[in-house]
Ligand binder design. Sequence first.
Ligand code: NAG
Ligand code: NAG
Ligand code: NAG
Length: 149
Amino acid sequence: MIDLTCIYSWLLLLPTKVDDTSPLIQYAPAGVWGDSSHSDPFWQSYSNGTFHPTNYTGATATLTFNGSAVYLYGAFRGNHDQYSVTLDGTTTVKNGYSNGEKFQQLMFSATNLNNVQHQLVLKNTYTTTGPSWVDVDYILVTSGDGDAT
Ligand SMILES: *[C@@H]1O[C@H](CO)[C@@H](O)[C@H](O)[C@H]1NC(C)=O
Ligand SMILES: *[C@@H]1O[C@H](CO)[C@@H](O)[C@H](O)[C@H]1NC(C)=O
Ligand SMILES: *[C@@H]1O[C@H](CO)[C@@H](O)[C@H](O)[C@H]1NC(C)=O
């Protein structure tokens, strides 16, 4: 006898991939985010060959999601610098600079969230003299808490 309840809760724990091209991600302000430019020689290193980059200070990418965990992936590159991630109003500051190109890197994660609606905001907060970049490759969302009730 198969325990369907168990299978159901396992399915809920499978992460959903929100690619950078998804309309669920809101990019702001208008006109400062790129979309998968093939003039970037490394475009194929991004998941599915797509990415949203910006070098505009204060530019944001926002995802509102229901879930218990979230994982943000993007590149760490030589022309990247500081960025912040704000989850439900709590801000974490990180740095995406890398001496050598690294793709599909975990930029931020949060687990053990209440399985309700949350808001994730990525912001370019570079501190370099010239503009530095941040990009979104994809976001994984885990929608269940493993508890089938
Ligand atoms: C991957 O890219 C192709 C086009 O190149 C698109 O049709 C497809 O929907 C994309 N897959 C995902 C998971 O975004
Ligand atoms: C960002 O990069 C583009 C070229 O891709 C450039 O034209 C622009 O001046 C740069 N700086 C800012 C602040 O957007
Ligand atoms: C989250 O779930 C609530 C309740 O089902 C729903 O009203 C809301 O639209 C959902 N939010 C998203 C971003 O899917």
